[in-house]
Ligand binder design. Structure first.
Ligand code: NDP
Ligand SMILES: O=C1OC[C@@H](O)[C@H](O)[C@H]1O
Length: 400
């Protein structure tokens, strides 16, 4: 218990390291005075010698200034383009609502910035292809912030699965279901026009982890059923288009997968919140791997391995035996390390590839099609130049 408390305390109050004087630290700018900013980037940057959180942009100057003051950020911009026009910004963190990932990442790429783009990557796979094509054209790095993948526990769980210890993978099931009230009314996640929906938000992890831990892409969506979001002050649009919960059954060649996500599970008897369900279970023909809390492993996680003859062991990997990191490093801290290493041309053992992000969006789209809710709306295309529309990548993804 003491080690858990120490780990969690240090994760959120990390040691502040001096910034490097031997290499010029990378200057990050945040698009949106976003709620996720501190957890995903600002706090992790405190212990990274090569990162400075230099700027934040908000639609409203006062909001940007208040955020900058609170987090010790040098520059506050009114309007997102103003920050993109600042030549000092090296890397843009796009933490805008899902429906704005495409537009503002495209604009950041056009400005020659590297981009760390939040999940889900975009509203549609077509946008994702355009975004990567533009990044390639501009010669900059674009990567999706699937932070859980950078943690050594995720790597270890996959290593066990791939070692053959549990035999051939037959079934994967992923649950990512939050307690009632976790996502409050009015949140961007419930807003169709902002790319809302349980399967866009939590489902993007569900799809990603099914694909990641099975090392396969889906071949079909067999079933996709949803429960609509029903706000107290309902508008017909919300109820029609936005899933509060989604359950999917997929096939990935010979592997069956089930994914369930819920932004706000109904309380028991209307008053008692349900415990969040965050787990990946991979069933092989010789055993299973049950990875509990794959999204927030730094707080606590377990990897339970069952093999033939009823043998069982539990592994916990807060820090890799080899490689960088500390027990208190969050998924976002590991992610930041990899992003910086990648930008510096240093080797990273984990990366989220273009093919991976595009495939994830394709299958999220297919789930929405199958559910009857239909794909999320595609925003207006960003024109790359007056004479030329945005380029489209020509190689459709196959494997993650
Ligand atoms: N990697 C992770 O662990 C997590 C990732 N996310 C992802 O990060 C993104 C942001 O999530 P979160 O921080 O919770 O979101 P917020 O509700 O904090 O919204 C982010 C920003 O969106 C801006 N915004 C622009 N247009 C609108 C609009 N029409 N309505 C509302 N907000 C608008 C606001 O910027 P302004 O300041 O300009 O007003 C706001 O600061 C999402 O894509 C989400 O999926 C979220 C949580 C965890
Ligand atoms: O990590 C997360 O947990 C809560 C979600 O709603 C959020 O968007 C996601 O990224």
């Amino acid at each position: 218990m003491a080690s858990l408390l120490k780990r969690v305390y240090t994760a959120f109050n990390p040691p502040i390291v001096p910034k490097s004087t031997s290499v010029k630290p990378l200057k990050f700018g945040i698009l949106g005075a976003a709620n996720i900013g501190p957890l995903a980037l600002i706090v992790p940057a405190k212990s990274h010698p090569e990162v400075v959180i230099y700027a934040v942009a908000a639609r409203n100057l006062a909001k940007a200034q208040a955020y900058a003051k609170k987090h010790g950020i040098e520059k506050a911009y009114e309007g997102y383009q103003a920050m993109l026009d600042d030549p000092e910004v090296d890397v843009v963190y796009n933490a805008l609502p899902n429906a704005l990932h495409y537009e503002w990442t495209m604009k950041a790429l056009l400005a020659g910035k590297h981009v760390l783009n939040e999940k889900p990557f975009s509203d549609t796979a077509e946008e994702a292809r355009e975004m990567f094509a533009l990044a390639e054209k501009k010669g900059v790095v674009l990567v999706e912030a699937f932070h859980y993948r950078f943690h050594p526990a995720a790597k270890r769980a996959k290593e066990i699965i791939e070692s053959g210890e549990i035999g051939t993978v037959k079934e994967v099931s992923v649950d990512l279901m939050l307690s009632g009230g976790s996502i409050p009314e009015g949140d961007i996640r419930y807003e169709y026009s902002l790319g809302g929906g349980a399967f866009m938000d939590l489902g993007s992890y569900v799809m990603n982890s099914i694909r990641y831990f099975s090392s396969s892409n889906p071949t079909s969506v067999e079933e996709a059923s949803y429960e609509a979001y029903q706000p107290r002050a309902a508008t017909s649009d919300y109820i029609k288009n936005v899933d509060r919960r989604m359950e999917v059954k997929l096939k990935l060649g010979g592997i069956k997968a089930t994914g369930r996500c819920d932004l706000s599970m109904p309380n028991i008897f209307g008053i008692i919140p349900r415990f969040p369900q965050i787990r990946v279970l991979v069933q092989g023909d010789k055993g299973s791997v049950d990875f509990f809390n794959f999204v927030l492993p730094t707080v606590y996680h377990s990897i339970t391995v069952k093999t033939e003859g009823g043998k069982k062991r539990v592994e916990k990997v807060y820090k890799a035996k080899e490689g960088k990191g500390d027990e208190w490093w969050t998924t976002w801290r590991f992610q930041l390390e990899a992003v910086v290493d990648h930008l510096r041309g240093r080797e990273t053992d984990v990366w989220i590839t273009k093919e991976d992000s595009i495939a994830n969006m394709e299958w999220i789209e297919n789930v929405y099609e199958k559910s009857g809710l239909g794909r999320r709306p595609r925003p207006e295309p960003v024109i790359v130049s007056e004479s030329q529309p945005a380029p489209v990548a020509d190689d459709p993804p196959t494997q993650s």
